[in-house]
Design a protein around this ligand. Structure first.
Ligand code: TYD
Length: 139
């Protein structure tokens, strides 16, 4: 799973004036960026995400503060703390994710490969498991 959802380290173009991180679609990350959103004003009492996407790939970056991401493919799972603006995690299609433990200053930036389409979301974990299992059987 760690190979499928790698941690990305972005180059630091900073100098004495401050830091600069650049993310170009299909260069620093494996897809063209069609959508950007960010999650902030969350805290350590909420769990967000809790879904998988049939079509979208994502890169998650805490550009400020920190949060944790738990990813699973229904078999393995792993947990990453996102706590550096130069670090991201890539999520391919059909990965289940939970984001939680947001610091109060957390700004979680998400780059997506698609425009928003609520129909491609799988929000029921049992349904996700049966779809993931089915596509495993067809590999
Ligand atoms: P939701 O998917 O619940 O956010 P999270 O990433 O925490 O799981 O999205 C919250 C609401 O925002 C929901 O009504 C759908 C809407 N939304 C959009 O309209 N466009 C988007 O790109 C996203 C991510 C969400």
């Amino acid at each position: 799973l760690k190979e499928r959802c790698p941690i990305l380290q972005f180059a630091d173009l900073g100098d004495e004036r401050g830091k600069l991180v650049v993310i170009e679609g299909s260069q620093a990350i494996p897809f063209d960026i069609k959508r950007v959103f960010y999650i902030y004003d969350s805290d350590n009492t909420v769990v967000r995400g809790q879904h998988a996407n049939r079509e979208s790939e994502f890169v998650l970056i805490n550009v400020a503060g920190k949060s944790k991401v738990r990813v699973t493919d229904g078999k393995d799972e792993y947990i990453v703390e996102l706590n550096k603006p130069m670090m991201g995690i890539y999520l391919p299609k059909m990965i289940w994710k939970d984001m939680y433990d947001f610091s109060t200053d957390s700004v979680l930036l998400v780059l997506a490969s698609t425009h928003y389409d609520g129909k491609e979301y799988i929000r029921n974990y049992d349904e996700y498991l049966s779809i993931a299992k089915e596509s495993d059987n067809h590999e």
